[in-house]
Design a binder for this molecule. Structure first.
Ligand code: COI
Length: 375
């Protein structure tokens, strides 16, 4: 594990010291906080503070601070409200048995945040500022980190165009914030197989679009298909690439993997319109470490159907920071409907899930040096 940011010249302590902390005048009582932490439902409860850095075209990033969590005062003409110029990230803080607090590959989130910002014509935040804004908040709200199986503090950095201007051009004023939410499992039912509807009708991204960026618009595009699929009893939607012979891309909030009967594992290759998941890249590494053949390739819908119906695909799972590794029990698209592994979680799926969560929670050796100490 690395306790400082190896590649940086300044330590995390020095970077965090750049943030002025003004503590809340009305934090939750200890009893309320503990009650809220005890049964966290994903993304519904927020800690007492948020961290924040402001940007203007004239001055760059300034005013690093941690302040009371609360509503933002925003001009109704703020560009984000009209043109959706916004990006975000998702990562977690884990409290280990000795009380230390760690994050999983946060430098990857920092790099992706910068790439997403670039695509949305937003200013790039340095990795130092990204990590320091996360650590400053975690240190201030350290008592909000839940412990126990599947529990962590979900961190949501986000950046938006705050300039009051209705012309269509990149905003000259931008805010970066981090908010934090104690969480348990992403899906209300806990870790159990989910059913997936493969959408032929709706796309979330296209070639040259923003599919690879973590921007709100991609998620907005997935909401109607998600609502339609839910009406038919499906938990999630899988999106295709829109090519004449369509291929599987991702679920909108998660990447997908398929385990084949010969022991190999297949995941859609990054196409420019698929999110470069940190969990995705970590799982590929963990599988390779086990000597498993992992193929990152185009997975056409036709091939997927053949491999599902013939029983070549023996397990499937989705993965992401929020959902970790979630088994897929059923896949359908209106022309086929296949139950995988009798609707039970697959053995490899659950084993990789355990390995990943053990590393994140400090229960297994971090042989790749993926964990960064935040507090
Ligand atoms: C994450 O896994 O962190 C995500 O951003 C997915 C979703 C909650 C939007």
């Amino acid at each position: 594990m690395s306790s400082t940011l190896d590649k940086n010249t300044r330590s995390l302590d020095e970077l965090v010291a750049d943030f002025d902390v003004v503590t809340s005048d009305s934090p939750a009582s200890v009893a309320d906080r503990e009650a809220l932490k005890a049964k966290p439902k994903f993304g519904t409860v927020f800690t007492d503070h948020m961290s924040r850095v402001s940007w203007t075209a004239a001055d760059g990033w300034t005013n690093r601070r941690v302040e009371k969590y609360g509503p933002l005062l925003m001009d109704p003409a703020a560009a984000v409200l009209h043109y959706g110029q916004e990006v975000f990230e998702g990562l977690k803080a884990y409290k280990h048995a000795d009380g230390s607090v760690w994050s999983f590959r946060p430098e990857q989130n920092a790099m992706r945040y910068a790439r997403s910002a670039h695509r949305l014509a937003l200013p790039e935040l340095s990795a130092d500022d990204f990590l320091a804004s996360v650590a400053a908040l975690v240190r201030t709200d350290i008592d909000w980190i839940p412990t126990g199986d599947e529990a962590s503090l979900y961190l949501r950095p986000f950046m938006f165009a705050s300039e009051a201007f209705l012309g269509v051009r990149p905003s000259l004023e931008v805010e970066h914030l981090v908010i934090a939410s104690p969480v348990g499992p992403y899906f209300a039912g806990g870790v159990k197989p989910v059913s997936i509807w493969i959408s032929q009708e709706f796309a979330r991204a296209g070639k040259g679009g923003t599919g690879e960026a973590k921007c709100g618009g991609n998620y907005a595009a997935s909401l109607l298909p998600q609502r339609e699929a839910a009406k038919d009893g499906f938990d999630q939607v899988c999106f295709l690439d829109g090519a004449p012979e369509p291929a599987i891309e991702e679920l909108g909030g998660m990447n997908v993997f398929f385990v084949h009967s010969d022991g190999s594992v297949v995941t859609p290759k990054l196409s420019g319109s698929i999110l470069q998941g940190v969990t995705r890249m970590s799982i590929i590494q963990l599988l390779v470490d086990r000597g498993i053949e992992v193929h990152e390739r185009r997975v056409t819908l036709a091939d997927l159907r053949t491999d599902l119906e013939s029983g070549q695909i023996v397990e499937a799972f989705a993965c992401g920071t929020a959902a970790v590794v979630t088994p897929i029990g059923r896949l359908a698209d209106g022309t086929f409907d296949v139950t995988i592994n009798n609707g039970e979680p697959g053995a490899l799926t659950m084993d990789v899930r355990a390995e990943l969560t053990d590393i994140q929670n400090g229960r297994r050796e971090d042989r790749h040096g993926w964990m960064t100490r935040l507090a």
